[in-house]
Design a protein around this ligand. Structure first.
Ligand code: GAP
Length: 531
């Protein structure tokens, strides 16, 4: 299909789309969104002229380390591959992303409950969810340099052959050494194994347990608990934020793919037949969430997973892709998954229920003690609800927010300054209070007092470790929306200077009005950025 060609209405919400079929998946664009958030230009130079983003992930790695967002884990022992620690600013940013998601997903809705389930679950959960059997990546070894590779990520140019056939025909090169001497792909289960109990041997199958590879299963096994205790009727959702673990074959690209990461997932339970419309609603809603928190529309796209990519439980999945690799020449290689929105049908609730039987009348799940079906009082029907699942990564979201906020500005003196134009709701620090003269005790005392006065209502810091120009530059680089400067005049007129991160404009505000002024300015920025 020609890029940009209009296609039929895809949902009953009557939203027109344009579609572009790329590499087997369907890339969908959303007309209404493009009107609200203009889909700007497609060549890199034009794109960045309008909205400056980080030129590559490396720029963010360097900023993150320099300014205390993210550090290499275990660095003093030589590090640990693809493990990262979140520093003072990183933990604030992560918490703000999670808080924004929870507020939007749980507090602002009438049909949502929250949950915090265990990381280690009964092994049977992973048997019946299908993860023991199917949660694997196809692993390939290079016989020449011993690099481990994911077969589905190998670059090979063949229109018809499968990757197995192409490897056999020696048409696929190892990206590390260029050899075509590769092993056949074999499944590698991504679940981390552990054993439970002090006396258990490492290979004791009775003690075997897994660290969860998704938070979702904790929701399915608690579905009935939540539904009955909260007296919920369909449709309703259960949201959860928490750590997940996958023994990834090829982790990398900073915090993009790691073995330990955090997910924000929600399972929305609906009547069968209402699933497709609800699925489309959540696709649109999730895209809006990222746009509302400041991601540029032209750095986001919707990607319809082709059938062969779908997980074993999914009827349809649409991913939200972010342009994580803008430096790559080929447009298609610039994108990767930020989150997925799947229609999981009734697969999971049925799989964990004691009732369903196979064609010979045998229970499909002889271990479950409960039936997770739903009785509809209105229609007097019993059925298994369908599930729509928006599943996002905290870490990938943080990376996207950092990349998109990254801006460089040249000063009148020709110096390049970094400004992190984070959405105010996400900014780790909301206001920095700075004394113009740190050797003047009255000014220092007043500045410290203002910081203490502000901190119960917003994250505020005090800094006197440099000249005012340097202090402003530091706050710009970490995304602080406002700086408050206390000067000699402040001692006389009980007023301070408030400087705006994005415009560098300054205004004089009475100390008595400061908290309200900042609160109002932060809120109006939130509104204007998401309008
Ligand atoms: N319950 C469905 C599920 O887990 P997924 O697409 O495998 O779906 C959802 O994961 C999101 O979790 C991804 O879109 C991504 O943001 C994040 N994620 C998955 N694996 C990750 C990894 N190894 N490192 C960082 N984030 C990851």
């Amino acid at each position: 299909m020609k890029k940009g060609a209009p296609v039929a209405l895809l949902s009953s919400f009557q939203i027109p789309y344009v579609a572009d079929n790329i590499a087997g998946g369907l890339v969908i664009d959303h007309h209404e969104q493009t009107l609200k958030f203009p889909l700007t230009l497609s060549t890199p130079s034009e794109r960045f002229a309008d909205h400056v983003t980080a030129p590559n992930i490396e720029t963010i790695v360097s900023l993150a380390k320099r300014r205390g967002f993210v550090f290499h884990s275990s660095e003093i022992y030589g590090g640990l591959g693809s493990a990262w620690d979140y520093g003072p600013l990183g933990v604030e940013l992560c918490n703000n992303v999670k808080r924004a998601w929870w507020r939007w997903m749980v507090y602002e809705r009438d049909d949502m409950e929250g949950l915090d389930s265990s990381i280690i679950l009964n092994r049977l959960v992973w048997k019946y969810s299908g993860h023991e059997e199917t949660f694997s990546d196809p692993l390939v070894d290079c016989r020449e340099c011993q690099t481990r590779l994911r077969a589905d990520k190998l670059d090979y140019k063949s229109e018809t052959a499968t990757v197995e056939e192409a490897i056999r025909a020696r048409q696929v090169k190892c990206p590390n050494c260029g050899s075509t001497d590769l092993t056949e792909p074999r499944p590698f289960n991504l679940m981390f194994r552990t054993t439970l109990g002090a006396a258990s041997a490492d290979d004791d199958p009775v003690a075997l347990a897994y660290l969860r590879p998704e938070t979702a299963q904790g929701i399915f096994i608690n579905y009935l608990n939540v539904q009955t205790t909260m007296r919920r009727k369909l449709p309703f959702g259960v949201a959860q934020i928490g750590k997940s673990f996958r023994n990834e074959v090829t982790p990398g690209n900073f915090i993009f793919r790691t073995r330990e990461f955090e997910q924000m997932e929600m399972e929305y339970f609906v009547r069968p037949g209402e699933d497709e419309e609800t699925h489309q609603y959540w696709i649109d809603n999730c895209l809006d969430w990222y746009l509302g928190l400041g991601l540029a529309r032209d750095n986001l796209r919707l990607y319809e997973q082709p059938k062969e990519e779908l997980a074993h439980y999914a009827k349809r999945t649409v991913d939200i892709h972010y342009r994580f690799f803008p430096e790559r020449e080929e447009d298609e290689r610039q994108w990767d998954e930020l989150m997925g929105i799947a229609n999981r049908t009734d697969f999971d609730l049925k799989a964990h229920s004691k009732k369903p039987e196979d064609t010979e009348g045998k229970r499909v799940n002889p271990d479950s003690t409960d039936d997770l079906s739903y009785f509809d009082e209105a229609t007097k029907e019993r059925f298994y609800p369908y599930v729509i699942e928006p599943a996002a990564g905290v870490n990938r979201s943080v990376l996207a927010f950092l990349m998109d906020a990254y801006t460089e500005k040249t000063t009148d003196k020709g110096e390049t300054r970094v400004i992190l134009k984070l959405h105010p709701e996400l900014a780790p620090i909301k206001v920095a209070v700075l004394p113009l003269a740190k050797n003047k005790p009255e000014i220092v005392e007043m500045a410290r007092g203002i910081k203490r006065q502000l901190q119960p209502s917003m994250r505020a810091v005090y800094d006197d470790t440099g000249g005012i120009g340097k202090l402003y530059a530091r706050q710009d680089e970490i995304g602080t929306p406002f700086c408050v400067t206390v000067d000699h005049q402040s001692l006389e007129d009980e007023a301070v200077t408030v400087r705006d991160r994005n415009t560098w404009e300054q205004e004089r505000v009475k100390v008595a009005d400061l908290q309200e002024h900042l609160q109002r300015s932060l809120e109006s920025k939130v509104v204007s950025q998401s309008a």
